[in-house]
Design a protein around this ligand. Structure first.
Ligand SMILES: Nc1ncnc2c1ncn2[C@@H]1O[C@H](COP(=O)(O)OP(=O)(O)OP(=O)(O)O)[C@@H](O)[C@H]1O
Ligand SMILES: [Mg+2]
Length: 263
């Protein structure tokens, strides 16, 4: 599949991969490598100039775009919040959900606590674009919204802004719960997010350059390995482990987008 926003200015080139039901795939790559563009194509905000994207074997161009988006649990890089209550925002796309279901989802993803601490709890008004909420809080709300919809397909584009270590831990554990039992395509900006996904796809300048598990890619000593080292070293924790299966030390690590020159 090939895609350009303009003319022959290819942003994605010769992209081809397949996600099996129940599989968890992560997409990683430096800033501007085309990760978000790929999700926009999957959601039919744009169409590829060459090639096709299929969901359940059907060309997405033959599917109703709204039905397609409804089927997928979406957590996009810029979390969409409208002016209304917290509860209303969590119910977006699922008007039929009752309060108990909304609250259950919020508890599952560690959002309930901070919501309860707000002046009017679930009835607290949210300003447009969530101006009064922190980046981490917005992310947790997006998780709760996605979980409440209980999608079989999850598309997640992790927020790039860094959050404090405590929030980071909340997000990580919420993410594990959100991914459980679903087919997932996760764009990770922190490699600690995706250490145990089934397959990692490394995008570089719009091309797939490496594919494999975390351990396989480290062993390869290629782009992923360099990303890993940069994040690890940037976290001030010294050299990365020599053995690829040593656990990643999660913490306040810089996100990948700070590093653009990896080749
Ligand atoms: N709407 C757009 N119109 C034109 N060019 C765009 C548009 N959106 C993105 N691009 C360009 O396409 C390339 C890929 O951008 P994309 O947002 O997909 O990168 P990304 O991998 O998601 O980066 P990040 O890690 O910063 O989120 C970049 O060169 C970007 O400038
Ligand atoms: Mg992006």
């Amino acid at each position: 599949m090939w895609f350009a926003y303009r003319d022959q200015d290819w942003v994605l080139q010769d992209i081809s991969f397949r996600v099996e039901p129940g599989e968890r795939i992560a997409l990683v790559g430096a800033t501007g490598s085309g990760k978000t563009t790929l999700t926009s194509l999957l959601l039919r905000f744009y169409e590829p100039q060459r090639g096709t994207i299929r969901v359940d074997g059907r060309d997405v161009r033959d599917l109703d775009a709204r039905a397609l988006r409804r089927r997928m649990g979406l957590v996009l890089q810029d979390v969409f919040l409208f002016s209304g209550t917290i509860e209303g925002n969590l119910r977006l796309g699922n008007p039929g959900l009752d309060r108990a279901a909304v609250e259950r989802a919020a508890r599952e993803v560690n959002a309930h606590e901070f919501i309860e601490r707000m002046p009017h709890g679930y009835e607290t008004a949210v300003e447009e674009r969530g101006a009064t909420l922190s980046v981490g809080q917005k992310q947790l709300l997006a998780f709760a919204r996605a979980l409440a919809a209980d999608p079989d397909l999850l598309l997640l584009d992790e927020a790039t802004s860094s959050v404090d270590t405590h929030t980071e831990a909340l997000i990580q554990s919420a993410l594990q719960r959100l991914m459980r039992g679903r087919t997932c395509l996760v764009i990770a900006h922190r490699l600690s997010t995706i250490q145990d996904v089934d397959r990692i796809i490394v995008l570089h300048h719009g091309r797939i350059r490496e594919t494999g598990t975390h351990a396989e890619l480290l062993e390869r000593r290629g782009i992923y390995y360099r990303l890993y080292r940069l994040q690890y070293a940037g976290g001030g924790r010294g050299a990365p482990p020599e053995q690829p299966d040593e656990p990643w030390v999660a913490g306040a690590m810089p996100a990948i987008e700070r590093f653009t020159d990896l080749s």
